[in-house]
Design a protein around this ligand. Structure first.
Ligand code: ACO
Length: 329
């Protein structure tokens, strides 16, 4: 049993930053960024919250589906850049959408977050407890980007997208996983404070973590690159194998939009030609868990997902997490 996309929406903040803008304060170039990552521009949120962007995307999904907010039974909100420690983004989005009663959950699975969220939503839908599920991904990576670190800051952007899902009889398979031994390769530490009763200093991180400023992303780019090019094909192959289908049966591959070189390597390993791969990272850069749904919304709007299309979404990210879903539209 699978999922039906009733509607999708996305929200891209208007402020567009070109590669050239980084050259005024960093030793970098448009040529380096484009050739190493495929990114040309990214959008940055200026004066709006992560949850506000998510609500705008979700309103778009409801409008697209022609469904009233009160028909939503479940909200799963995926983000690594929540505005609050508590309450959850899902609860604040529920209020922003004017939904009186529904289940609300946040997931933090980094760039694989939306794939995890879709897989979770599908399980609730199949159980029958939930009839309509909103999966929202919204990220303000600009809030955790270290703009003094040229090897990471040029790669990230902000944005949001949402799916309204219900259950269907169509084909569906998935494969999710994580490898916590790589947690130190990509992290942003929550700022610690010494409180009034503490005798000790704030706790140090385990020794495998490099010394890095609190609150901003550290990434070992080369190790993450190796992980990504290994794990994306593996997750897709495992998902396909579980259901006894071949990866060649995939009509449209929508990978996490981190780096065009990673995507090309993964597609090549899967024997999926680039004509079947949807990419828009040149415009939006890496928006973590929002990247797959932003790309999916655009692909759908451009008519790349007609009825019967076999779509594969595959993501990887901090954790290190990974996940692939394959479903027929
Ligand atoms: N401009 C100019 N030079 C730069 C820049 C920059 N912006 N950034 C790094 N360099 C330099 C480096 O300092 C290095 O110089 P050196 O050789 O003198 O030390 C040189 O360029 C080459 O650096 P590499 O790290 O080897 O470059 P590489 O080709 O590996 O590309 C990149 C780096 C783009 C980060 C790549 O490793 C990558 O894409 N890694 C995976 C990142 C990723 O996908 N993350 C996704 C998960 S994170 C998330 O989604 C939230």
């Amino acid at each position: 049993m699978g999922i039906k996309i009733l509607g999708m929406g996305s929200y891209i903040p208007p402020l567009c930053v070109e590669n050239e803008a980084f050259t005024s304060f960093l030793d970098t170039s448009d040529e380096w960024i484009t050739s190493r990552s495929g990114i040309k521009t990214r959008h940055i949120a200026d004066g709006e919250l992560t949850v506000e962007m998510g609500v705008k995307a979700a309103k778009g999904a409801l409008r697209d589906a022609g469904v009233e907010p009160d028909d939503v039974d479940l909200i799963i909100f995926s983000t690594v850049t929540a505005d609050f420690y508590s309450p959850s983004m899902a609860c604040i989005a529920q209020s922003g959408l004017g939904i009186e009663e529904c289940m609300c959950i946040d997931v933090n699975c980094a760039c694989a977050g939306c794939v995890y969220a879709i897989d979770m939503a599908r399980r609730y839908l199949v159980s029958g407890d939930v009839k309509k599920a909103l999966v929202i991904s919204s990220e303000r990576l600009s809030q955790i980007t270290n703009y003094e670190d040229r090897s990471t800051c040029v790669l990230f952007g902000d944005g949001a997208a949402a799916y309204l899902l219900e259950k269907s009889d169509a084909f569906y398979t998935s494969y999710m996983g994580a490898d916590g031994t790589g947690a130190h390769l990509l992290f942003a530490r929550r700022p610690e404070k010494k409180t009034v009763f503490m005798e000790h200093d704030v706790p140090a991180l385990p020794e495998e973590y490099v010394d890095w400023p609190d609150g901003v992303l550290y990434m070992d780019g080369r190790e993450v690159y190796k992980f990504a090019t290994r794990i994306m094909p593996r997750a897709v192959e495992k998902a396909a194998e579980k259901a006894g289908v071949s990866t060649e049966s995939i009509d449209l591959l929508i990978p996490h939009q981190a780096n065009i070189r990673i995507i090309k390597t993964a597609a090549q390993k899967l024997h999926i030609p680039m004509e079947k791969v949807f990419c828009n990272l040149d415009k939006y850069a890496n928006t973590s868990s929002a990247s797959i749904p932003i790309a999916c919304e655009e692909a759908r709007r451009l008519g790349r997902m007609p009825s019967g299309t076999r779509v594969c979404l595959v993501g990887f990210g901090a954790g290190l997490t990974y996940g692939a879903v394959i479903f027929d539209v």
